[in-house]
Design a binder for this molecule. Sequence first.
Ligand SMILES: Nc1nc2c(c(=O)[nH]1)N[C@H]1C(S)=C(S)[C@@H](COP(=O)(O)OP(=O)(O)OC[C@H]3O[C@@H](n4cnc5c(=O)[nH]c(N)nc54)[C@H](O)[C@@H]3O)O[C@H]1N2
Ligand SMILES: Nc1nc2c(c(=O)[nH]1)N[C@H]1C(S)=C(S)[C@@H](COP(=O)(O)OP(=O)(O)OC[C@H]3O[C@@H](n4cnc5c(=O)[nH]c(N)nc54)[C@H](O)[C@@H]3O)O[C@H]1N2
Ligand code: SF4
Ligand SMILES: [Mo]
Length: 762
Amino acid sequence: MPQVHFKENAASVVETLPDGTTVHRTCSAGIGCHNLGCGIKVHVKDGTITKIEGDEENPITQGRLCVRCLTALDYEYHEDRILYPMRRAREDRGLDRWERISWDEALDEIITRYQQTVEEYGIGAVSVWCGTGREASQIHFQMANDVFGTVNAVHPNSGWSCIVPRMAAMLWTMGSSYIEADNAIGFPDRYDDPRWECPKHMLIWGRDPLRSNPDGLFGHSIIDMMKRGMKLIVADPRVNWLATRAEVHLQLRPGTDAALALGLLNVVITEDLYDHDFVERWTYGFDQLAERVAEYPVDRVAGICEVDAEDIRTAARCIAERPSTLSMGLAVDQNPNTLQIGHALLSLFAITGNMDIPGGCFMGLPPIFAGMAENAPSEEEAGEPEGLAKFGNIGVEPLGHDRYPAMSAIVNTTHPDATLDVLETDVPYKIHFAYLFGHNSISCMVPQPKRWLEAMRKIDFVAAADLFMTPTLMGVADIVLPAATFFEKEGYVSNNNASQPGQLGAIIPCIEPEGECRADLEIMLELHRRLYPNSTKPGWASPSDFIDGQLSKMRGVDATYDDLCEHVVGQYEIEYKKYEKGLLRSDGAPGFNTPTGRIELYSTVLQRLGDDPLPYYLEPKFSKISRPDLAEDYPLTVTTGARRFTSFHSENRQIERLREIHRWPTALVHPATAQACGIEDGAWICVENQLGRVRMKAQVSPTVKEDVVACDHGWWLPEADAEDLFEVFEYNVNNLIPHEENGPLGFGTHYKSMPCRISVAE
Ligand SMILES: Nc1nc2c(c(=O)[nH]1)N[C@H]1C(S)=C(S)[C@@H](COP(=O)(O)OP(=O)(O)OC[C@H]3O[C@@H](n4cnc5c(=O)[nH]c(N)nc54)[C@H](O)[C@@H]3O)O[C@H]1N2
Ligand SMILES: Nc1nc2c(c(=O)[nH]1)N[C@H]1C(S)=C(S)[C@@H](COP(=O)(O)OP(=O)(O)OC[C@H]3O[C@@H](n4cnc5c(=O)[nH]c(N)nc54)[C@H](O)[C@@H]3O)O[C@H]1N2
Ligand code: SF4
Ligand SMILES: [Mo]
């Protein structure tokens, strides 16, 4: 069992400078980022932050910070921050008619409306919404259950197209939690540890970690490993910085990922480059996989993906050299073919013997993520959720799970797309109450945002907590609560909610909250206190109390919040070849945590869930091949959402220093295409398809394929008229993305491959 270990502090947690300034070491989390825990030093003078710098004592981030953390001061003290609870009449939704109220008034109203809803319509009418990766998302599922007593936790990202499909593929075919490229994250001396080996190659697939630092893989660790000799293979329709340094850049047609992955498998098998011993001892279904991949010869795949056949062969040969590692990104999820892309890529690294070896693909214990039943603490350990117990709806499924039962096996939210159907039709019942935190659906998360806005407006009462007024809050909220930043609250960070061991860090408050801001956790504890005044449940008295409870449920963690604060950050010990040692299965036997005990190249789980047990390719539903009729009007392909350094989804648009770097929503257009359409660099253009249109600034650049347009996501203009919802529908690229075009089991959608045309905007 990997344990968390702490390095003795070389620097004190709080240092006082001669002028009285105190310098606080803490972990950065969740304003303008996920809860990632980059080491940060905060200079405070007379209760005000004066300077921010990287914490070189942090063994993982070693002093590096991105531009969003470096400008966090501008965020903290921005004049637009919401500082007090506010209310507006229901008929004023969309209008800038807020009145300041007290916390008591706000909480009383939320509770009254909640209780009325439950009394009149039953607990099913209550919903709790959350976005990505902040403190709110750490506690989302539990608070929906424990405080609000509902199973209808909503995360409306179409097809749950963010990390969950990857996790499903990892869990169902490999029996593992998040499988990440081994970047020596758990060794105190990192890359110098003799147990670690530098990967020969890293395959980076639909991910841009230099900009995104996604869940557990910091971009800087890729650079560190490149300095030690690691070479890159990049599969991406765009030439990003890493692709310019790659041995092979597979510049595939958007959405054709599964075909490419099957082509790589084809080379490895036909050229006999696989690890026979590993395949024999540890995998299930190799012959069936070999038969399936025979349907994807390299020349066919090269045609589908518009990639050079020789490049596919070279890439496969590189990956077969051990150790090699895989970094899969969001493009894997944002595709209805998602489970098959994941399955094929993981199988590729499994049969080449790259799983769970030094410098290979690091496997994790089964996840404590999203309330997964198998790994959740027993009811006895956790205590019964008060809310659920009160309404006796334990076992009741979240909305949409009747149509997409596979969702229940991986995540405890409603099915995202089915949620819109329910809101629009009131079938099987109407939602009357919503609490939103850390979530900006209308600017960012949902496709067809106008439909969602209209549907959310049908909800009788909406309360929401955020740091800034957003198009979503302006559009639908009745009560707004001011949320605190990580400078102002207690908390913790852990990679992927501890499903993939990495670091565990403390969020240590260093200033008093601005105005009357409160942490999401504090707000939940207060609501719990008011709703269940007689509760004796341990862990609900204070944030640190609650965090202690969370930590005590984590495997390999024997620390309290105070212990964490003393050291700021801890690392998980790394253990390789866990499958040989009985460390991956709940029964302690050697092997993998799958029904056959082996890595399932032929997945008995997918078969049971009703999908093909072997990976296969699905042509994108609206592509020029599937829909030549659409291609006549919309000959180009739009891919969306490649991350920018200067924003986190819809956040940070208020920060002038960041807007100076990247001011407008931008579309990358190839020079040949720009010329054909009469578009000049920097021109405002209209990007449109059969579903809608959006305005973007053209950046004419040879970094995209000739017939591909790559658009920013998450745009709105805080400087625009609030009552025009900050012009969100002018600039939100999700106008072009379809509702409910998910894969067979309900996962993935077309955020990264839709048809479009472009023209100079009027
Ligand atoms: N700065 C910043 N960092 C972030 C975020 C942010 O908004 N801003 N968001 C966070 C979140 S929630 C997430 S999920 C992660 C995601 O972060 P990543 O996994 O890095 O994902 P993206 O940036 O969406 O896209 C990565 C790459 O996929 C490429 N791509 C586009 N279409 C396709 C395709 O069809 N196939 C393939 N193979 N590649 C394609 C893009 O060109 C891009 O280079 O980032 C997190 N980090
Ligand atoms: N076209 C397209 N659309 C996409 C994507 C794409 O690649 N392309 N990416 C998708 C992905 S992967 C994701 S995860 C979603 C993200 O979708 P969302 O999670 O809805 O997006 P955010 O903009 O991060 O919204 C978070 C909101 O929470 C607020 N906030 C920040 N910190 C806190 C906090 O501590 N407490 C509270 N209460 N509020 C806080 C922010 O101000 C912001 O308004 O977007 C998806 N949308
Ligand atoms: S990844 Fe960048 S923005 Fe995010 S916490 Fe780390 S330094 Fe800050
Ligand atoms: Mo995401």
